[in-house]
Ligand binder design. Structure first.
Ligand code: BGC
Length: 421
């Protein structure tokens, strides 16, 4: 009897252990698959913070990176996945692409979580406009980047005799020419359509101001596009073209950042994801590199906010993991650590700026001020003009002009036709 009791107790204990281990294994099996285009050193480093936070909660991270800044290739890959009935848990996305997916009826409803965690109160309306479809939260915004920045190598500028930050277009061109004359590449740039369009963003804002930018490229008012101002924008783009090196074609944006970091080039005009690369290379703002708003755009911000759109999943376990992913993205502590590494500002307005460097603090302050002054506007180079397809139509014209295939006047006419379609 006694023997049997012991045997029974032992087998119960063993069974219990196996049962517990089984449950633990099941919990560990929770996983998310995340599609994104964060493949540079600093981008991957920033994303690792999220990955680690989820793994601490027992959620496995299946990475689906699709290289290509601006996300064009990623969006093509996403389309293939969703149309074949096998969406990822979530995908990085920008602007009107998000609302297009909302329309397709394939996205998850995050309203219960958003309500529980009070997202409505902490995410600025300019972002919420893209995070919600028909009043329903469908995406978790992770950051706010902006495109109207210049990054400069301080040592190169000193060697070239550039002693003050250029505040106007003419001062910028004069400074860049000094850099060129001193034997450096003036402007580190990668000739890819989205990068050309990122230059265009800043030049258009600097040349026409915020009302022109909005009317022309957000409202697609063809009269405003068909104007001497747009012609001047293209003239200025042609001036920038003279400041890049002969090997610029097809170069990745982070390679261009590397040229400024390594002291080969003076300036890069790029969104603040570039800062992630500078910091990742252990450069210090204010000492090794400078960040300043593209001359003539001070007081305005052309933003692009990365958001993670959540897709409807059939499996309950996967849906539970998806909720954990969304909550982890919106965690204020995570938004601080992540955005310090990424070069962006947090998507939540209640995240303190204490952990951010001087450029990050400026980004957060500029954003708040621009939002108040109504000079915060979505970047056309990064998907914040409607319809979403207009982005590619504009890219086409901007790139053809930048490569000398269209003169300034023809480029204006081509922008008008792009806006009409
Ligand atoms: C995204 C950034 C990203 C950059 C380059 C932009 O469209 O908003 O998060 O770092 O592309 O890949």
């Amino acid at each position: 009897m006694k023997k049997n009791a012991v045997a029974l107790a032992t087998s119960l204990a063993v069974g219990l252990t196996i049962g517990l281990a089984g449950t633990a294994a099941m919990a560990q099996q929770q996983s998310v698959e995340v599609l994104h285009w964060w493949t540079s050193g600093s981008e991957a480093g920033a994303l690792n913070v999220l990955k680690a936070n989820l793994e601490k909660q027992g959620v496995k991270w299946n990475d689906m990176p699709v290289a290509g800044g601006g996300g064009e290739a990623a969006m093509t890959a996403l389309r293939a996945r969703v149309t074949s009935g096998n969406p990822p848990t979530a995908s990085q996305m920008l602007g009107f692409d998000i609302l297009d997916w909302g329309k397709q009826g394939v996205v998850a409803d995050l309203n219960a979580l958003a309500q529980k965690d009070g997202w409505d109160k902490v995410v600025p309306p300019a972002l919420q406009k893209f995070s919600k479809y028909n009043g329903k939260w469908i995406a978790a915004p992770v950051n706010v980047h902006s495109t109207n920045w210049v990054w400069a190598n301080q040592a190169v500028l000193a060697k070239a005799g550039v002693t003050a930050e250029p505040k106007t277009w003419d001062e910028f061109i004069a400074a860049a020419e000094k850099v060129q004359k001193a034997g450096f590449i003036a402007l580190a740039h990668g000739g890819q359509p989205w990068q050309d369009a990122t230059l265009f963003d800043s030049v258009a804002m600097a040349t026409g101001g915020v009302d022109y930018y909005r009317k022309a490229f957000i409202d697609l008012d063809t009269k405003t596009i068909n104007s001497p101002t747009t012609e001047k924008v293209f003239q200025r783009m042609a001036q920038l073209r003279k400041l890049v090196d002969k090997d610029f074609s097809g170069r990745d944006w982070n390679v261009a950042s590397g040229m400024v970091i390594g002291g080969k080039a003076g300036f890069q005009i790029m969104g603040d994801w570039a800062k992630g690369e500078f910091v990742n290379a252990k450069l210090v703002p204010g000492k090794d590199f400078a960040c300043f708003r593209f001359p003539g755009t001070q007081g305005t911000v052309t933003f692009n906010a990365d958001q993670f759109v959540m897709f409807t999943l059939k499996d309950a376990g996967k849906t539970a993991a998806q909720q954990k992913l969304a909550a982890a993205i919106m965690d204020p502590g995570f938004q601080s650590t992540f955005n310090v590494a990424k070069g962006s500002a947090p998507a939540r307005t209640d995240v303190p700026d204490t952990a951010f460097d001087a450029c990050g603090k400026k980004a957060i302050k500029d954003l708040a001020e621009a939002s108040k002054a109504n000079t915060l506007v979505g970047s056309i180079g990064h998907g914040h003009a409607e319809p979403a397809s207009i982005k590619n139509a504009f890219y086409d014209v901007i790139t053809r002009h930048f490569n000398g295939q269209l003169d300034d006047k023809k480029a204006v006419a081509a922008m008008v036709s792009a806006a009409k379609n």
